[in-house]
Ligand binder design. Sequence first.
Ligand code: C5P
Length: 413
Amino acid sequence: MQQLNNKRVLLGVTGGIAAYKSAELTRLLIKAGAEVRVVMTKAACEFMTPLTLQALSHNPVHLDLLDPKAEAAMGHIELARWADVVLVAPATADFMARLAGGHADDLLTTLCLATSAPIALAPAMNQGMWLDSKTQQNRDALIERSIKLFGPSEGSQACGDVGPGRMLEPLLLIEALACCFENRQLDGVHIMITAGPTQEAIDPVRYISNHSSGKMGYALAEAAVEAGATVTLISGPVALPEPERVRIIKTVSTCDMHRAVHDNLDTVDIFIGCAAVCDYRPEVPLNEKIKKNPDNHFETMTLCLVRNPDIIASVSAMEKAPFVVGFAAETQNVLSYAANKLSRKKLNLVVANDVSDTDIGFASDSNEVTVLGEYIEEALPRASKKVLSGRLISLIADNYTIWKTKQEHDDKP
Ligand code: C5P
């Protein structure tokens, strides 16, 4: 069910006896990696408590269209825009009729009108109500509007009848919902990316750092999310907006970044070291600001620096290391230095770029790189960091898949 990973599912619950199954449905959606927000109609609250669905979805449940407090937190239009898909389960005969009629008399019908996300319904009602010609007309009208209907299935009903009108079981609903999304290259893959510079304190007001803007690493995080990955971004200090759907951990110094990487590496499949890490730090950062001494006429000052840990090398040296991708920002002999880094740091791929060219340098919006690996050397032509990061992620995904298949093959007895 990897297609649901990182997807935003708006689950609508209307007032039928099958509402009790929405708890299991919510649990399975969360298990599949989806982010879930629940909207309940008034009648649904007679069958299931909002508190249960709030606990299972880890989000407040939305109940009213005209609740100023809820609107202030996340308004109905915002909620409609937030959703990647709307699933109404169970969908009663009355809800289907109101939706078919284009009503907007409660939060759920309003959201369904406002959203541009696909909508799916899981009808659940008595067999006589389902077979009634009016319900069948509503069903046809909804299908005509490209609203999907999952089920209903046939069988014994809560009222004692036997026939069509049972809500599809939650597991089948999840499978049907996953089919609304294409299978993407990195579905179910966890990527960790380091980005930006690090800063090493000299005293409370001064530090050593570099010109990295973090743009490349942040663009890679966005491209990885678009390809379906779960992304953890370990960021140094940057002035960029936080990308959506990314778990971001902010760090300052190299030692902070090193710690944050290793504390969160457990389920990581691909590690991309894009940060411009300071190789050295002042041996002892001072607690007080260093003052100019008026009697001091020395023209120079000496700072004693000590070596920082090499984060990427420490990841690739692990016994069960993920697939590791490094960056080599060079000003001369770009490819030979990059090839050297590939073998010295035991990387699977290295992305080389020439930062002496200011058009593709640190703070620029464009880049041009060559990717080197054990079996590949591929030049990616100049493009915006956004476009380039999409191509890079695709190339990384292809090489990761080959590497993983080889590993699984080697592990077989
Ligand atoms: O700085 P250098 O050119 O060696 O960086 C090459 C790669 O190593 C980059 O991917 C960078 O993020 C990573 N690196 C690191 N920790 C360091 C130095 C570099 O992870 N201390």
